[in-house]
Ligand binder design. Structure first.
Ligand code: FES
Ligand code: FES
Length: 175
């Protein structure tokens, strides 16, 4: 992995910055961040990785879900400095070139979105949920995905997509 030199996020940031190291989608970054910068704002506003969405910015919609060391979190609720040394996976890091991650492919096949704004968070959350080993039944999936809201109401298709993708994501599903 190639490390990038420490990057000052704002030229006027002054002495209030902390240098952190993050591996984002397999690429190492050294970043000088202000202590109040959230992981979400770091991704979207400083690294131009806008696949991760900002909905409520208060931990209530799940649009900002990313994987940190394989665990799903709301990136709007996490300060970037708290994640020093972490491995972050965003929606941009799931596909391998044109080869979609099985969860992405299932969302396409099941037509599991309308406007698509919630979709990156839904997909990251679903992958994290499967890794947690909690998605054993439909009701469990609904419960475990309840932090990811869809204003378009595509829940039935989202559920179908997750069920489709579970075997490819090395999970299990009992009815
Ligand atoms: S933007 Fe983070 S939970 Fe809504
Ligand atoms: S597809 Fe529009 S918010 Fe979910």
């Amino acid at each position: 992995m190639n490390a990038t030199p420490a990057r000052q996020l704002r030229p006027d940031a002054g002495a209030d910055t902390h240098t952190i190291s993050l591996n984002i989608n397999g690429k190492q970054h050294e970043l000088a961040v202000e202590p109040w910068t959230t992981l979400l704002d770091l991704l979207r506003e400083h690294l131009d990785m806008t696949g991760t969405k900002k909905g409520c910015d208060h931990g209530q919609c799940g649009a900002c879900t990313v994987l940190v060391n394989g665990t799903r979190i709301n990136s709007c609720l996490s300060l970037a400095v708290m994640q020093d040394g972490a491995e972050v996976t965003t929606i941009e890091g799931l596909a391998n070139g044109d080869d979609l991650h099985p969860m992405q492919a299932a969302f396409v096949e099941q037509d599991a979105f309308q406007c698509g704004y919630c979709t990156p968070g839904q997909i990251c959350s679903a992958i994290g949920m499967i890794a947690e080993g909690k998605a054993q039944t439909r009701d469990e999936i609904r419960e475990q995905m309840s932090g990811n809201l869809c204003r378009c109401g595509a829940y039935n298709n989202i559920l179908a997509a997750i069920e489709q993708a579970i075997p490819a994501c090395k999970g299990g599903l009992r009815e």
